[in-house]
Write a protein of this length. Structure first.
Length: 208
């Protein structure tokens, strides 16, 4: 279990939820403008038009804000994954493998829509206090894909399947993160090449 409960206190009342989301939206915008080192709780409060005590009701420090931003981004990416699995898992392994490019594109679209996404991802890599957010999310994605694939592969060892998919998940997210910074490669080409590679690495039905 992470220490999220100690540093982030999610509100339950509707008005408090609105304030919480405002703080996160402002923090994402500021993160895109000033980066990880320069962002502060005081800057967030000033931009949001709130006093520091209002922020400290929900967050202990700026790293708690960054963690909440990371968790929100990961949750939105995971929601896209759940929708993708619901669409394609009934079609079997061929449908899952054949629509990897769609999943990569939809995940990237979620990332692109998130304020400050580039810097959120950098923070999740750079700060020891935040790495667990990314790892937990990627493990969740691996668990869900393992469930989807294992339903059509009754004879495969689940642990082996999970490990293969865990590597594929990391590669897929790496493409998304690369496209936030790399301008010399088109997104279409990146998604197409990555999907081709991942299809080759993922398990097939015995008769394929």
């Amino acid at each position: 279990m992470s220490d999220t409960q100690d540093i982030v206190r999610r509100p339950k009342q509707e008005r408090s939820q609105a304030t919480y989301e405002l703080l996160l939206n402002v923090a994402g915008e500021l993160l895109a403008e000033v980066g990880i080192d320069r962002i502060s709780t005081n800057l967030i409060c000033a931009r949001a038009g709130l006093t520091p005590p209002a922020l400290y009701r929900y967050f202990d420090d700026k790293y708690a804000v960054l963690e909440a931003l990371g968790r929100r981004l990961m949750a939105r990416q995971n929601a896209a994954l759940e929708q993708w699995i619901a669409r394609h898992a009934p079609g079997g392994l061929a449908a899952l493998r054949g629509n990897i490019e769609e999943l990569l594109r939809e995940t990237a679209a979620v990332t692109a829509s998130e304020p400050g996404a580039v810097w959120i991802l950098r923070a999740l890599h750079a700060s020891p206090r935040l790495v667990h957010v990314r790892v937990e999310s990627h493990r969740y994605v691996t668990d869900r894909l393992t469930d989807a694939y294992a339903a059509h592969l009754p004879d495969i060892d689940r642990d082996e399947l999970w490990q293969r998919l865990r590597l594929s998940v990391e590669m897929g997210f790496a493409v998304d993160e690369m496209l936030t910074e790399e301008t010399s490669l088109s997104a279409d080409a990146a998604f197409r090449y990555a999907a081709h590679t991942l299809r080759g690495d993922l398990p097939r039905a015995p008769r394929e």
